[in-house]
Write a protein that binds this ligand. Structure first.
Ligand code: PHE
Length: 446
């Protein structure tokens, strides 16, 4: 493989920290618990793990190898790896770049909420003893300009990191943020495990009751696997393009998926024992983290500190994901339009900030601006999670399984054994496209 001047992650640890940093985010700590809570707990987890193993890991390998073999972003990778006459594949890459921009626009809003909740925890307001209504607090905050303010602050911090580049920005920040995140996770999990009603929460998460499994469980578990693994839009292709040539692709994909799933499980171990211990409702939906948890922290000894630690955890997890989402657009601008990194960052994050402000205002001044009953925020979320990501993931699996030269795929997957290489290719060719098509159609028409 040719080595070039493209920046590379410098260490094995850096590769793992950056890829796990991208995968671990709001998807694990905010989305997984409420999805699992709504779909019966243990059964959802079991199906989710199956989806990660059979569909998630092969598509992650596919994205990594597209990036590493072409040394380009997804748009460039698809043009470079498609055979002659297959140039329209580039447009599949374009879809990824657009998805990245749209996801970042609403993701930054939720990540901005974590800044507000961190601020309120540190100042003691969140857990102040006077009786209050967490739902009203949440609605009041998201309806106001403070929400826009925190979104912009988050994007500014993100911009500073991304501007510093692959090694001094992304890799360096991930190298210290990820271990810190793991320490915080373990501390919080231990605290939850010693709560009086912990057992009930644990059996909700770990004892699957398969009578709860229906097609909607399977489909949301697959959707969750995709969002959480950051696949389907080329983020992992860009990161793959920064892999040194010695990086083992199948091994890295498995470590990333394993740690990502573990963090989701630990987030469940933090949240469900607390929910059951304080008699709350596990199926509260997206508000679980922002409305149910503050109620719990208020009743807990040392609740203010635990609240601050929890929202700090959520913030760190979100930031390493937003930098990976930004890099998807930045790499495209640098390579396709030959912009310098500074200009590419300014352009990408300028567009994202513009959209993000509209998303943030969707809960207040723009709540009436709807299309088919959805606000701007809802539309961005819906279109990306339900349409762009599944279509993107399916195209990536078809592209690598059927279109890219087989010898290239095989070479990139080495030194994995012949059995593993064949299994990955088999899954990419037959299992992933069909399964993803099922999710896609169900989400659209189900
Ligand atoms: N995987 C991230 C999370 O779980 C979200 C994400 C999606 C990041 C797509 C990058 C690309 O929060």
């Amino acid at each position: 493989m040719k080595e070039d001047n493209r920046p590379k992650f410098t260490t094995k640890f850096g590769v793992i920290a950056a890829t796990v940093g991208s995968a671990v985010g709001l998807g694990n700590i905010w989305r997984f618990p409420y999805e699992a809570g709504a779909h019966g707990g243990g059964a959802f987890l079991a199906v989710n793990i199956l989806c990660v193993l059979l569909i998630g890991i092969p598509v992650v390998c596919a994205e990594f190898l597209m990036g590493r073999s072409s040394r380009r972003n997804i748009f460039g990778a698809m043009s470079a790896l498609a055979p002659k006459g297959g140039r329209w594949w580039r447009f599949a890459g374009m879809l990824g770049v657009v998805s990245g921009t749209l996801i970042l626009s609403f993701y930054a809003v939720v990540a901005g909420w974590t800044l507000e909740y961190l601020f309120q925890s540190v100042t003691g307001n969140l857990t102040a003893p006077d009786v209050r209504d967490s739902h009203a607090e949440f609605m009041g905050f998201t309806a106001g300009w403070r929400c826009v303010f925190w979104t912009v602050v988050l994007l500014a911090v993100n911009t500073v990191i991304v501007l510093r580049g692959v090694q001094k920005g992304i890799e360096k920040v991930s190298n210290w943020m990820m271990p810190l995140l793991f320490v915080l996770l373990v501390m919080m999990a231990v605290n939850s495990l010693i709560l009086p009603g912990a057992k009930e929460g644990l059996s909700f998460l770990f004892c699957p009751d398969f009578s709860h499994v229906d097609s909607s469980t399977v489909l949301s578990a697959l959707g969750q696997a995709f969002f959480s693994l950051s696949v389907g839009l080329g983020t992992l292709t860009v990161y793959g393009s920064y892999f040194p040539s010695r990086t083992k692709i199948v091994k890295s994909a498995s470590i990333m998926a394993g740690l990502d799933t573990m963090v989701a499980i630990v987030a469940g171990v933090i949240i469900f024992p607390a929910v059951f211990s304080f008699g709350m409702e596990p199926a509260a939906g997206p508000q679980l983290v922002f409305e149910v948890l503050p109620d719990i922290f208020r009743q807990m000894t040392g609740g203010g500190i635990w609240a601050a630690l929890f929202f700090l955890l959520l913030l760190i997890a979100s930031l390493t994901s937003t930098i990976s989402l930004s890099e998807t657009g930045v790499a495209f601008c640098v390579e396709h339009w030959n912009l310098g990194r500074g200009k590419a960052v300014a352009l990408t994050l300028g567009i994202v900030t513009f959209f993000a402000i509209f998303c943030a205002l969707s809960f207040g001044p723009l709540s009436g601006a709807t299309l088919w009953g959805m606000t701007v925020f809802d539309i961005f979320d819906y279109v990306t999670s339900n349409i762009f990501l599944p279509v993107g993931g399916m195209l990536v699996s078809i592209f690598v399984g059927w279109i890219v030269d087989r010898a290239t795929v095989d070479r990139e997957l080495r030194p994995a054994s012949r059995f593993i290489r064949r299994s990955v290719i088999f899954l990419l060719r037959y299992v992933c496209p069909v399964a993803i098509l099922a999710v896609f159609l169900n989400n659209l028409f189900g």
